[in-house]
Design a protein around this ligand. Structure first.
Ligand code: NAD
Length: 378
């Protein structure tokens, strides 16, 4: 790989390769863009088959975080980190503390959080070495499970989509096909059923489906039949890539709006939805509730504020639809454009990053994690 040519194309600011022989640490931190604020994004631990695969993953994910934060109106940039290793076998205190020291050495340009393969206990070790962590345990003033916020945000995306498609937000009047009754999916189903909506559900986990049927009154469908269901809204809340050349021709849906990341297998699938008159609410704007929730830890966590911010996803999605109409482009492209426009506009009026950083952190410094509030640096 020609590394700098790749970074030139992906427009990354900084990529840090972290190594500690004693701890067995091999990690990469990728900072994509800090125009809007410090780069925030989770730490993933995965037994990558090759170093190239690890690098590709961290570059792709960190870039995605820039867009998600920007489109969500957050004063955050995009970053992500990965540790090469097996989360079942290779975890240790020294590994995470060594990693935490690398995070700390970045002086707040990158803030980490949990992602695949990482749990709150691992984050406790990272937190011992740096304050630049969010998503720590609630006993330290952390924000806890982000899924209910992601589900609430997804509901806002659904409301904005109903408004655009049918001219009303009457959630209970319509039928939904929810793929995946996991952390987010189950919460979303509760919200939909709470409004009296008809909900079809599928999941590879039969117990989850049974729970959704018995306790929430959903109708179960098989894994493959979810794409053929006669419903108004398809809500992917499990995997990426389920909106593709094989599934789209089967859709009777008017709207695609769910929490899963990377729902479109390719951008062309987004164009195809547009051609068929199926409204696509862009995934990374719809599922930003979790990110919004952890971002509030920077100022001292407040659940009510997180809920209020998450409800604004409704306006964000409406704005994306407006840009799509204004520029006559598909909605997936309008989301990218909205993010890029915001970064460009704020970039023009912005103070130099390091000067701005002190202000950004002054509200939180450690009070969000249960430390004495008097320690606040102002
Ligand atoms: P989860 O693992 O709790 O739930 C996923 C569910 O999907 C599980 O119940 C799983 O059994 C099911 N599933 C897996 N493969 C399936 C298949 N082929 N068909 C049907 N069901 C299948 O995960 P989650 O936290 O609920 O996240 C769901 C999606 O939302 C993921 O794509 C995730 O990246 C995205 N997301 C989650 C959050 C969050 O706050 N948790 C935030 C942003 C995005």
């Amino acid at each position: 790989m020609n590394l700098f040519e790749t970074l030139h194309q992906t427009e990354h600011e900084e990529v840090v390769f972290c190594h500690n022989k004693e701890a067995g640490l091999k990690a990469i931190i990728a900072i994509h863009n800090t125009v809007l604020g410090p780069a925030l994004g989770g730490l993933r631990m995965w037994p990558y088959a090759t170093e190239q695969e690890a690098l590709d993953d961290v570059l792709r994910l960190s870039r995605g975080m820039t867009y998600k934060a920007a489109v969500s109106g957050l004063n955050l940039g995009g970053g992500k980190s990965i540790i090469i290793g097996d989360p079942k076998k290779d975890k240790s205190e020294e590994l995470f503390r060594a990693f935490g020291r690398f995070i700390d050495s970045l002086g707040g340009r990158y803030i980490t959080a949990e992602d695949v393969g990482i749990d709150v206990n691992d984050m406790e070790y990272v937190f011992q070495e740096t304050e630049n962590v969010v998503g720590v345990h609630q006993v330290h003033g952390g924000s806890g499970d982000p899924s209910p916020f992601t589900a609430l945000g997804t509901l806002q995306g659904i409301k904005a989509s109903l408004e655009k498609k049918y001219g009303n937000q009457d959630v209970g009047k319509y039928a939904y096909a929810v793929q995946g009754a996991g952390h987010v999916g189950m919460e979303l189903i509760k919200l939909l059923r709470g409004e009296g909506a008809k909900v079809f559900v599928t999941d590879i986990n039969e117990e989850s489906v049974q729970k959704a049927v018995d306790e929430l009154g959903c109708e179960a469908v098989s894994l493959d039949d979810i794409y053929d269901v006669e419903a108004n809204v398809y809500s992917p809340c499990a995997l990426g890539g389920t909106v593709n050349a094989d599934t789209i021709p089967r859709f009777h849906f008017d709207i695609v709006c769910g929490s899963a990341n990377n729902q479109l297998a390719t951008p062309e699938d987004g164009n195809e939805l547009e051609r068929r008159g199926i409204l696509y609410a862009p995934d990374y704007a719809v599922n930003a509730g979790g990110l919004m929730n952890v971002s509030i830890e920077l100022e001292g966590y407040n659940r009510e504020r997180a809920m209020r911010m998450t409800r604004n996803i409704y306006y964000g999605i409406k704005k994306i639809f407006d840009i799509a109409e204004r520029d006559n482009i598909p909605t997936w492209q309008a989301a990218d454009r909205m993010a890029e426009e915001r970064i460009a506009k704020i970039g023009k009026i912005k103070m130099p990053y390091m000067a701005q950083r002190k202000n950004l952190f002054s509200g939180r410094v450690k009070n969000g994690h249960g430390h004495a509030i008097e320690n606040k640096i102002v």
